[in-house]
Design a protein around this ligand. Structure first.
Ligand SMILES: NC(=O)c1ccc[n+]([C@@H]2O[C@H](COP(=O)([O-])OP(=O)(O)OC[C@H]3O[C@@H](n4cnc5c(N)ncnc54)[C@H](O)[C@@H]3O)[C@@H](O)[C@H]2O)c1
Length: 254
């Protein structure tokens, strides 16, 4: 009988406090992983750690703003000091940035969204790769979005940030494939999480429009995205690198 998929694996997850990050942390915990949980929200992150602990996982909580490069560098070194290595990284923290008309949007909003959603992924990969290259192995999954694959007329900075995540993912995948590190992105459709709840509460008319964009007739769950992340991170995907995997109820098939 083979053991759990991530037995003896050290997995780092950013944005682990809620939503897709929390669901992924719990799914990795069920598969035997030890977890470095990263977020700015320590209260919800501790709750994720508690639930993962109940599933048998060893956890380390790190309060980090992923838009701050020095904090990201320390995040990786703290993880390696604590667990000794880093096998998988899920660079997932992000913000929605609001529903905005480009012509009316501000430089402040652009900088915030690009820094948290895109610069952070560059910074995370930079330091994760330094560690993975010393090991000669590793797997990285970045959270993009369907808005990394198609245009988003009411969220220009968000859409640009997620297209950027896919470009970074592909570029790094090609560069590091010969060195034993696989790098992929997951591109969720609209998923029921606190991030999307905030957008829907501010713009209630948006919900039926969003649901109608998915041929499957509903929004997705965080657990459905976690399943894609686990597969991309696992040895089952050993020949998969540079992929932007849409888990989107058919949205981008149209
Ligand atoms: N929910 C969706 O419909 C959807 C669709 C496509 C992509 N995504 C992406 O999925 C990822 C996770 O989002 P979610 O939907 O689970 O939302 P969420 O709000 O539940 O989770 C995002 C997490 O990131 C954390 N975070 C935000 N800024 C941070 C920072 N600067 N440093 C560290 N942590 C920070 C938040 O505290 C939160 O825990 C995001 O990158 C988001 O863009 C979400």
């Amino acid at each position: 009988m083979p053991g759990p998929l991530f037995e003896n694996r050290i997995v780092l997850i950013t944005g682990a406090a809620t939503g897709i990050g929390r669901a992924s942390a719990l799914a990795f915990a069920r598969e035997g992983a030890s977890l470095a949980l990263v977020d700015i929200d320590t209260v919800q992150m501790e709750q994720t750690a508690k639930e993962a602990g109940e599933l048998g996982a060893k956890t380390l909580c790190l309060q980090v703003d992923v838009a701050q490069v020095a904090q990201v560098q320390k995040m990786v070194s703290d993880t390696v000091s604590h667990f000794g290595r880093l096998d998988c990284a899920f660079n997932n923290a992000g913000v929605a940035g609001g529903i905005l008309d480009l012509a009316q949007s501000t430089e402040e909003n652009w900088d915030r969204v690009i820094n948290i959603n895109l610069k952070s992924v560059w910074a995370c990969m930079k330091y994760e790769l330094q560690q993975m290259l010393t090991q000669g192995s590793g797997s990285i999954v970045n959270t993009a979005s369907v808005l990394g694959l198609v245009g988003g007329p009411v969220s220009p900075a968000y859409t640009a940030s997620k297209h950027g995540v896919i470009g970074l993912t592909k570029s790094a995948a090609i560069a590091y494939a010969p060195k034993g590190v696989r790098i992929n992105a997951v591109c969720p459709g609209y998923i029921e999480t606190p991030l999307i709840d905030k957008v829907m509460t501010a713009n209630p008319e948006y919900r039926p429009q969003v649901i109608a964009r998915h041929p499957i007739g509903r929004m997705g769950t965080a657990e459905e995205i976690a399943a894609a992340v686990l597969w991309l991170s696992s040895d089952s995907a050993s020949f998969v690198t540079g992929l932007g995997l849409a888990a989107d109820g058919g949205l981008t098939a149209q």
